[in-house]
Design a protein around this ligand. Sequence first.
Ligand SMILES: Cc1ncc(COP(=O)(O)O)c(C=O)c1O
Length: 456
Amino acid sequence: MELGRMVKKYNLKGPKIVVEPPGPKSQAALARKEKFVTNGIRIGLPTELDVAEGPFMRDVDGNVFLDFTVGIGVHNCGHRAPEFVKACQEQLDKFIHICVMVSPYKAYLDLAEEMSKICPGNLTKSIFLNSGSEAIENALKIARSYNKKKWIVSYKTSFHGRTFMDISLTGKEKPYRDGFGPLVPYVQHVDYAYCYRCPLKLEFPSCGIACADTIRTVMESKPLEGDVCALVGEPIQGEGGFIDPPPGYWEKMRKIMDDNGVVFIDDEVQTGFGRTGKMFGIEHWKCDPDMLISGKGLSLGMPLGGVTGKEKIMATPPPASLGGTFGGNPVCCAGALASIRLTQKALPNTKMINRVEKKRLDEWKQKYEWVGDVRGLGAMLGMEFVKTKKSKEPVPDFTRNVQLNCFKHGLYILTAGQYNNVIRLHPPLIIDEALLTKGLDMLETAMVDEAKKAGL
Ligand SMILES: Cc1ncc(COP(=O)(O)O)c(C=O)c1O
C-alpha cells in the first residue's frame, strides 16, 4: 500500500515509546484540559498528540503510536492520505464557505451525485450536514414530513449521536442519556439481534430470528399500530459492541417495515465507507434502505454528515425547511470526493485484514477463557471479554486495563459495548499485514499481562 510514502513527511515510524505516556509535556496538557475544558469531555487515552500520518500518531513527548482507533472509525484511509489533503487544499485555494442555501457549488453537487451512485438501492437525493448526529436529526425530520406518522423505533443497544433526538434514540442510559431528560417523546426501544446475549434466550438458526417477530408485534400493537414513522438502525452496531445480526435478519426486518409503511433509516456512520468490507454495511444483506446516514469515513476527518434517500421521501420537506450555515462545507465535500476514490481503492485490502484478524481472534477465543465472543464483518471485528465463558459475566475493568496497557506500549485501541467489555478493532483499511500482525501481537501481550494481574 502507500504506507511508505505516507509516513515519510514526518518520518513517523513506530510504534515506539520513548517515555511512558503521559510524558511530562502531555501531563501539562492534561492539567490544562482539567482547567479549561468541560468535565463532560472524558479523555480515553491520556496524551497530547501533535502529528499523525498513515497508521501512526506521535505525541508531544516523542512517542509514536500505532493507531487502531483512527479517530473512532474516521480515518479509514489513514491519517492525512495525500490525495485527500490535496483535494482539501485545492478547495481551500478556491473558496472556503458560501453556504449552499445562498448558492450551490460544484463540490456539494458532485458529492450528491456521487452518493446517488455508491449508495445501495435507489437513493438519489442528499443533504449534507456537519456530523453524523445532525444527519440523524435531519433524516427524522424528513421521514416525519414524508409519512406524517409519530413513532420512531430504535434499538436498546444502539448509538446514534449526541443531540436530544439522538440520545432519545440511543439505548444506553449511562453516560449518554442519564441526567439530560426529558428526552424526545414517541421513541420506542426494541431488542437488537444480539445473539451472544439473546434477549429471548434462543439460538440461531433454530430461533428463526424470533427477535424480529417481537419487533413486528410491537409495531402492530397499540400504541404504535399504524403510526410508526421510521426505524433507525445500524446494520452492525458500533458503540453497542460490534454486534452483527445473523444472515436473514435485515431481510426479515425489511418485510416487517414494508408491511407497516415504516421508513428504514440505515445509520452507516460507523459501518460505512468500507469498514465492513463493503462500501456500506447493509450491503451484506439484501435489504435496501429508504434513507442512508453517512458520517465519519465519509470525509476522513473533515466534519461532514449526509442523508441520502429515495426521491419521493427527500422531496417532501418544503423549501427552506432544512439547511444550516456550514452543512456541506466546500472543503469537507471536496475531501469526501477524495475519500470515495480512496475508499474504493482500499476496499480489497479489507479481505486481508479480515483474514488475519479473524484467525487470530478465533484462536484467542479457543485459548483464553475470558474471550467470550468474537464477531463482526470485514475490518470491523471485536471481541467481548467475560469472567468465564459459562457465566458470560462482563469484565469492564479488565477491558479498560487492556486498553491502557496497549496504550502504554504504543497501540491505540477502543473499547465499546453495552457493558464496556468489548475491544473493537478499527485499523486503517490501508494497513499492511506485517503492521497489522504487530498490532495484534501487542494486543495479545497486553491481554495476557492484564489477565494475570486480574487473576482471570
Ligand atoms: C452509528 C453512529 N451514528 C451516529 C453517530 C454520531 O456521529 P457524530 O459523532 O459525527 O455526530 C455515531 C458516532 O459515533 C455513530 O457511531
